[in-house]
Design a protein around this ligand. Sequence first.
Ligand SMILES: [Zn+2]
Length: 286
Amino acid sequence: MNTDFEMEEIDCPICEQSKGDPLHLEGSFQMVRCSSCQFIFLNPRPTAESLHHFYQTYLPEEESSIESWKRMMKPVFHRAANLLKRYGRNGRLLDVGSGFGFFVAEMKKKGWEAAGVEISQKALEYAGNVLGLTVHPGPLGKAGFPDNQFDAVTAFYVIEHLPSPRDFLRECYRILKPGGLLLLRYPHTTPIKNLFHFLGVKNRLYDLPAHLSDFSPKIIQQCLEKIGFEKCQHSIGGYTLPEDLGKRTSSILFGSFAEASFYLSGKKFLFPGVSKTIVAFKAKVS
Ligand SMILES: [Zn+2]
């Protein structure tokens, strides 16, 4: 299974205190839980170089698949755009892992000076050539933006793919203007995985080895606050609409239930196992 990847064994990417205890196997890939900080991550994992090759073919290429991708993400992008509006933001926006560029395009329409960063060459070309957008070659750390550049940085389903999530968050902090907003959208798969495991249902929900980790709301917030982000605010933030009928039905079902329980609890209850959106702000005076 992982013969296509050059693998490496690592210490916990968050606290570096342990190599983790085995938690779940998906094929020959193993998710582990850090015995020190409880972070859940893939170990061993593909090297950064093999991942870079892998991502050149990760996104679909056919026009029909690109269109389904757009439809799948549309409700989440719409909710994120509303969140940015609610916080009264406007100005310069960077979408990291911008894929085909649909969120960048939507924000441009709403009057933002929006650009993307993307490691997939084909997706980057689509965004540039078909949609006429500005997208910088990734990863973010190599794009070399000066300090204090952006009013908002967004990253949809990116952080779980990154070998060094803390470095990524620090870089987001550095390039944001003081008071600037970071919006992250991330999956939280472990509770559903545990339930399926309990029921004896086989599945590949972790999407290994693409996902290198599975953040819980608590750990992601702790990471942000350690870096200096403040006023962290979670929400469910809508749900995706995958093309596959079964996946779409469960996304709507669990997503709607998660939204309803979030609002009924006075915006406190984050339904375990569904994707979440978190916003955080760079301190105004650093
Ligand atoms: Zn740890």
